[in-house]
Design a protein around this ligand. Structure first.
Ligand SMILES: Cc1ncc(COP(=O)(O)O)c(C=O)c1O
Length: 481
């Protein structure tokens, strides 16, 4: 007689025995410990020799038989090192990400237990843990009772889910005549979201900004009225709670007023800046944030968590369900009442347990730790601005609205380099020191050096180094011209 044992010989074991498992965990923890405790000593970026590492990764054959963990980690390590040190204190470029050690603990627990949180019946208390954490975030943002949402992979997906919900609520299935509005300095992912959500380019309205890069509400109103007159259906306005470029905060309350008066959906993109509402005085910094219909947050920026941790909060979370929920017979065993659970509110079914990455650090550190960190970042930004403003070789773009300082170079008259080339050279030289890593942007044809202070490992000493480095390199370059 055929038995399963005869048909299928036992495979090579893939599950370690207890002793091996314990040794693996120890070895990996050791590796992670060295990475985390040494993050401050690493160069701020290290991609110069990356091409050789890329080649080695590319030429690695798929092994037929496995190798010891030590060897695997030894192969991985050069690829990790050959990168921008995004977890380091000197990472002040773009919008810095996090890498909080407590979130790594959360991920280890999440992967080790691998529960399914997107369907309520599969892990009811864990699904509730996610909803509770989202409710905490909504409360911190000043949103009304009942506000909730979903964890996403990041701001891009949060903005997309918000747009899809607004589209369904405001326009229905035939939406080609809908129009949406956002400022010139809005993150490119909003236009991408519109494209993915099926809107033609002609539906997008880019609203001009004022001298501080904030949306001009008069222009917004004008565009909306013009579109209405042309028989179009204005439905969605994105307000920036901190732009990526300069940290500009659009006039949130005025935008809300315009949306309320005309029945448009008000969405706030707070991927970079929204979480600064937790800082001391944050409600004055971002007035009206809690009144938006939807709000994008990126805990992988200002809660210092690992990449892949985004959130979308909704005043009426049921709008997400109406936009996303479907049913399937193969899920009939786990359908409880109306809803399957989180999956009904999002485009995803299977996914990682992201909520634990926010929940565990909140539980371990308390929200006060984040309030202190964010307040410190705002104070350091102000200090950097004041110091750099004293240097005649620089011209500050604007007073910081959040934690970005943007500045242009002002070379001495007759210098061989024009202001843009001078600024680019200063940035190159400061970055070449590998103590800090800064990035740049361009506004109105002007090259601007940007400092963005977000990392939990960035404190006064490293910000001072950034400022002193910029001043020293600019002065040295000025004498060369
Ligand atoms: C204001 C803003 N919106 C959206 C995004 C996109 O977020 P993510 O990279 O998490 O998709 C960013 C990223 O920097 C951002 O700064």
């Amino acid at each position: 007689m055929t038995t399963p044992e005869r048909l299928a010989a036992p495979p090579q074991p893939i599950e370690p025995d207890d002793a091996t498992l314990s040794a693996w965990l120890e070895e990996t923890a050791d590796y992670a410990f060295r990475q985390m405790s040494g993050a401050g000593k690493l160069p701020s970026w290290n991609t110069e020799g990356a091409a050789a590492v890329v080649e080695r990764v590319k030429s690695e054959p798929l092994p037929e038989r496995g190798m010891p963990l030590e060897e695997v980690l030894a192969k991985l390590d050069p690829a990790i090192q050959a990168s921008f040190t995004t977890t380091g204190p000197g990472y002040l470029a773009y919008v810095p990400g996090g890498g909080l050690p407590s979130a790594a603990l959360a991920d280890l627990v999440a992967c080790a237990t691998n529960r399914f949180v997107n369907v309520d019946l599969a892990a009811p208390a864990l699904a509730e843990l996610e909803r509770t954490t989202l409710r905490w975030l909504a409360e911190l943002m000043g949103m009304p009772q009942g506000a909730n949402g979903i964890f996403t992979s990041g701001g891009s997906l949060s903005n997309l889910a918000a747009l899809v919900a607004a589209r369904a609520e405001q326009l229905g299935e035939e939406f080609q005549d809908g129009t949406l509005y956002y400022s010139e300095d809005t993150h490119a992912c909003v236009a991408k979201a519109a494209k993915v959500a099926g809107f033609p380019l002609r539906a997008l309205r880019v609203v001009p900004v004022d001298s501080r890069r904030r949306m001009r509400v008069d222009a917004l109103e004008q565009q909306i009225e013009q579109d209405k007159t042309r028989g179009l259906r204005p439905f969605f306005v994105v307000a920036n709670a901190g732009t990526t470029n300069t940290g500009a905060i659009d006039p949130l309350q005025e935008i809300l007023r315009v949306c309320r008066a005309r029945g448009l959906w008000a969405h706030a993109d707070g991927a970079y800046g929204g979480l600064f509402r937790i800082a001391r005085g944050g409600d004055r910094l971002l007035p009206g944030l809690g009144g938006f219909d939807s709000l994008t947050l990126d805990p992988h920026k200002c809660l210092f968590l690992p990449y892949g941790t985004g959130a979308l909060l909704m005043k009426d979370p049921e709008a997400l369900r109406r936009a996303h929920a479907t049913s399937a017979s193969y899920l009939q065993d786990v359908t409880a009442g109306e809803s399957l659970g989180i999956t009904d509110y999002s485009p995803e079914l299977s996914r990682d347990f992201r909520g634990i990455r926010v929940w565990l650090p909140f539980m371990l550190h308390g929200v006060a730790a984040f309030r202190d960190q964010l307040s410190e970042k705002l104070a350091l930004t102000r200090w950097a601005y004041d110091e750099l403003a004293r240097e005649p070789l620089f011209e500050m773009f604007d007073e910081p609205q959040l934690s970005v300082v943007a500045l242009a170079a002002k070379p001495p008259a007759g210098h061989a380099l024009d202001a843009n080339a001078f600024g680019a050279e200063v940035l190159k030289r400061v970055n070449a020191r590998k103590r800090v890593f800064l990035s740049s942007t361009a506004i109105g044809g002007r090259y601007l050096i940007r400092i963005c202070i977000v990392s939990f490992r960035t404190h006064a000493d490293r910000v001072r180094e950034a400022v002193e480095g910029l001043v020293a390199e600019a002065r040295a370059l000025a004498t060369e011209g």
